[in-house]
Design a binder for this molecule. Structure first.
Ligand code: MN
Length: 240
C-alpha cells in the first residue's frame, strides 16, 4: 500500500458526515450521535416502569442512520431481526443540564420517525449475561429515518398516532401521548448524563408489538404530522 501524501494533515481523507434529508428541502441534516431510549411506552399494562427513574439508554453510530426508503439489507449474525417504530428527536442546539421547559423552544431542530432495528437474539443473550448491547443494536443500517421535519413546520407533537405495519398488516400502534417520559423530560434527563450536540438524534422508545422481519417484507411506518416511510428488507449485503 502506498502512503499518500496529503496537504490536509489527515492520514487519509476523513469520511463525509452522515446526513439525513430534510422534508421538502434541499438542505440535509448532519447527524452527530444517535441516542436511543429503552422502554418508554407501557407494554401490556406493564407496571414495572417507574416514571421517576431514568430510563436506560444506548447508542448507535451516526453511520447507522440511513434514509428510510428503498431496500434495507437483512443484517448478518441474527435469526431474529426485529422492528421498533419510534419518534426521533433531532437536536439543533446542544447543551448540558438542560431544563425540561427549555428543551422545546431552544434545543429541538425537528422530528422524524425511524426504526430502532434490533438483532433480538443477540440482545437476549446480552441481557442474560450482562453484556453490552452494541452487537444487538449498533449495526449497519440499524437506524433508518424518514426525512426530518423542522419544528417550524410540524411544531412539537404531543398527541399523534405512531404505527407500523408489515406487508400491510398492522403490528404496532400507539400515541405519543402514551410516552412514559415526555420528549422534554427525556432530552433534559439525557443532558444531565452527556453534553448534547447539534446533530444528535434521540430515538424515544417503541410501543408494544415489536416483531421479526424476513427478507422480502415490506415495512411501513409513521407518526401522524411528522411523516411516513416504506422500506423493503432485501438480501444480506454481498462481501465487497
Ligand atoms: Mn427502541
Amino acid at each position: 500500500m502506498t502512503l499518500q501524501k496529503t496537504n490536509t494533515g489527515y492520514t487519509f481523507a476523513p469520511l463525509e458526515p452522515r446526513t439525513l434529508p430534510v422534508a421538502d428541502s434541499s438542505v440535509v441534516f448532519p447527524v452527530g450521535r444517535v441516542y436511543c431510549i429503552g422502554r418508554n411506552y407501557r407494554w401490556n399494562q406493564d407496571k414495572s416502569v417507574a416514571p421517576q427513574e431514568m430510563p436506560p439508554w444506548f447508542m448507535k453510530p451516526a453511520s447507522a442512520a440511513v434514509p428510510a426508503c428503498g431496500a434495507l439489507p437483512y443484517p448478518p449474525g441474527t435469526q431474529d431481526f426485529c422492528h421498533e417504530i419510534e419518534l426521533v428527536v433531532a437536536i439543533g442546539v446542544g447543551g448540558r443540564n438542560l431544563q425540561a421547559q427549555d428543551v422545546e423552544p431552544l434545543h429541538i431542530w425537528g422530528y422524524s420517525v425511524g426504526l430502532d432495528l434490533t438483532r433480538r437474539d443477540l440482545q437476549q443473550i446480552a441481557k442474560r449475561s450482562g453484556e453490552p448491547w452494541e452487537a444487538a443494536k449498533a449495526f449497519d443500517h440499524s437506524a433508518p429515518c424518514a426525512p426530518i421535519v423542522p419544528v417550524s413546520v410540524c411544531g412539537h407533537p404531543r398527541q399523534a398516532a405512531i404505527w407500523l405495519s408489515v406487508n400491510g398488516i398492522e403490528r404496532q400502534r400507539s400515541d405519543l401521548s402514551d410516552l412514559i417520559w415526555s420528549v422534554p423530560e427525556l432530552v433534559a434527563m439525557l443532558s444531565r448524563s452527556v453534553a448534547l450536540q447539534p446533530g444528535d438524534l434521540i430515538f424515544t422508545g417503541t410501543p408494544a408489538g415489536v416483531g421479526a422481519l424476513q427478507i422480502g417484507d415490506v415495512v411501513s411506518g409513521g407518526v401522524t404530522g411528522i411523516g411516513e416511510f416504506t422500506v423493503s428488507i432485501s438480501q444480506p449485503e454481498a462481501t465487497p
